[in-house]
Design a protein around this ligand. Structure first.
Ligand code: SF4
Length: 100
């Protein structure tokens, strides 16, 4: 199989190969992608994770979001540990504690 560099040249038209030699394959999910997708689906289902707020509660104002100023950030809740959107929500939402 040609290297990724050669594929880029072919795609850019700076190199041509005889049609019978090489056909750029369509990208498709691999076995690992299907496995990861299933794992993440279970994780999201267990958390009742939604891509929208629940009232005033959302990841942006949850204690488990690492960088609340970003649109997408890391949720460090021990049952999740994934990237989430600022306006998402899950059943483990907790308010940010008042500074003590
Ligand atoms: S625990 Fe839930 S609500 Fe809180 S940041 Fe993580 S995914 Fe969002």
């Amino acid at each position: 199989m040609p290297s990724s560099r050669l594929r880029r040249h072919v795609a850019a038209g700076t190199v041509t190969l005889p049609m019978s030699d090489y056909v750029i394959p369509e990208p498709e999910p691999k076995e690992i992608d299907e496995r990861v997708a299933i794992e993440l689906r279970h994780l999201a289902d267990n958390a009742v994770l939604r891509g929208s707020p629940s009232g005033d509660e959302q990841c942006e104002n949850c204690r488990y979001l690492l960088e609340p100023s970003r649109d997408i950030s890391y949720c460090w809740h021990p049952k999740l540990r994934i990237l989430v959107g600022a306006s998402w929500w899950c059943q483990w939402w907790e308010a940010i504690p008042e500074p003590g």
